[in-house]
Design a binder for this molecule. Sequence first.
Ligand SMILES: Cc1cc2nc3c(=O)[nH]c(=O)nc-3n(C[C@H](O)[C@H](O)[C@H](O)COP(=O)(O)OP(=O)(O)OC[C@H]3O[C@@H](n4cnc5c(N)ncnc54)[C@H](O)[C@@H]3O)c2cc1C
Length: 253
Amino acid sequence: MSEVLSHNALKKIIEYGTFYHLIHDNPSAAEWINFWLRGLHPEDELVGIKQGTEALVTELVKFLSLPQYPSIHLYRNHCLNAIHQDENNHLRLILETHNHENITVRTRHLVLAVPQSPLKKLLPFFPEDIGRIIDAVIPVPLMKCFFVTKTPWWNAKTKPQTRASSIPARELHYYYREESDEKRGMVMVYGDEPFMNYWKFFVRNEPHQKAEINQDERLIEQYLKYLTPHPASLSPKERKAQAQAITCFGIRD
Ligand SMILES: Cc1cc2nc3c(=O)[nH]c(=O)nc-3n(C[C@H](O)[C@H](O)[C@H](O)COP(=O)(O)OP(=O)(O)OC[C@H]3O[C@@H](n4cnc5c(N)ncnc54)[C@H](O)[C@@H]3O)c2cc1C
């Protein structure tokens, strides 16, 4: 790119081009292709899954609990703490229940679909070369934050990234709905490094496993500061009205 674009154009792409900034981490081609496939998608709009991605897990649990699969045992809300290999090549899994009791489950195969940080806790049970592969994973810390307001200044035609340069965020997405004479607007703020360092202080509960809805009211201050129609010239009366118009806000990292 540096052969066909100016230095400043390239700097702009690195700063604002989502996931292009990761090029310095030299991600593997397999990881990279996901981002590029998304980047090449012809539609600008984000695509959502009704009821959220959690619905995938909920439906799968329902399906696997059907009476026609009596041999499938689901251990939900159990934490895998140890993996031991027995002489007959079977695996012995130590699972901790939510009451901190340990149970043992025997299995022939184990597929771990967990991210890098919990995998690291299980490192003592893996051969050394697997440990090196786990260490090589490049985590992408990120956050999303949203605000729902009764007085949006945007409408259904407002393009993603409108005013993105005036807020510490990589992406801004706007949603708009009008029913009878009621308006509702939602703005979603997306940030990864370095922007998420600004927002992570508004996430309260440890561990960070769930979206926090209507919790840290300092988030409303951020809305007033960055996402109102004319943040610099907002009078105290307008600030109050804008804050009161927010019906819901949340953050997840
Ligand atoms: C704020 C945020 C916003 C995101 N937004 C999007 C988006 O808009 N679109 C998108 O496509 N992706 C998004 N992602 C990324 C997406 O969430 C992940 O890529 C996806 O969840 C990965 O799924 P997974 O099943 O591999 O891991 P996870 O969803 O992390 O599931 C792993 C599960 O394993 C469990 N677990 C961990 N350790 C153990 C253990 N020892 N024993 C038992 N269970 C264990 C965890 O509790 C968890 O339930 C977002 C991520 C974040 C953090």
